[in-house]
Design a protein around this ligand. Structure first.
Ligand SMILES: [Zn+2]
Length: 191
């Protein structure tokens, strides 16, 4: 045996830092946790606590290997989400939105994309769900400055999924009741 220190095969991810603040990963709330099933409160204070929340959300999303996370998924009742997700051109979009407003295509611009969807709050399970193939989110950043994210592909799905969370809706709520019951049971979740 070699006495030298051996580098691990895959080095653990370094600390997640947002706006100079180190994020702490929190446990992810699972389906049936009350904060996931009600509309989240608008953010009215833009200060260090909000920066820490977003840093913690990025850290929690990274730790859970997710592509998006809403604040209520770490138990915080606030209208904030983060994404780290690729669009249809495989451009990785990393961002956060406070008090988001979702805008979906209407009329002939509305096209549904049927694809698999999952959620960190329903661990290990996926289901096909039709959603518009494009989505825009308007809102503000942690400083109250306007932000806008336009999403196609997986990012379009992710933006809709995270905005749903802030309305108290988990993607399985959009499935037929029997399918939802089966998925929650498979995930080991019960009321
Ligand atoms: Zn989710």
């Amino acid at each position: 045996m070699d006495e030298e220190q051996v580098e691990p095969e895959s080095t653990p991810a370094g600390p997640v830092v947002f706006e100079g603040v180190e994020g702490r990963a929190h446990p992810i709330t699972t389906y049936f946790t009350p904060v996931l099933h009600r509309r989240c409160a608008p953010v009215t204070e833009f200060g260090p606590e909000l920066v820490q929340l977003v840093a913690d959300m990025f850290a929690s999303m990274a730790a859970a290997d997710g592509v998006g996370l809403a604040a209520n998924q770490i138990g915080v009742d606030a209208r904030v989400f983060v994404v780290d997700c690729a669009d249809e051109d495989e451009v990785q979009v990393v961002g956060h939105v406070v008090n988001p407003v979702l805008v979906l295509p209407t009329g002939r611009k509305r096209r549904l994309d049927l694809d698999g969807e999952g959620c960190l709050s329903v661990p290990g399970e996926y289901a096909d769900l039709a959603r518009p193939d494009r989505a825009e989110v308007h809102g503000v950043d942690v400083h109250g400055q306007p932000v806008r994210i336009v999403g196609t592909g997986l990012l379009a799905r992710c933006l809709q999924h995270e905005c749903d969370h802030l309305e108290g809706v988990v993607y399985v709520d959009r499935l037929p009741a029997e399918e939802r019951t089966a998925i929650l049971a498979a995930a080991g979740l019960s009321a």
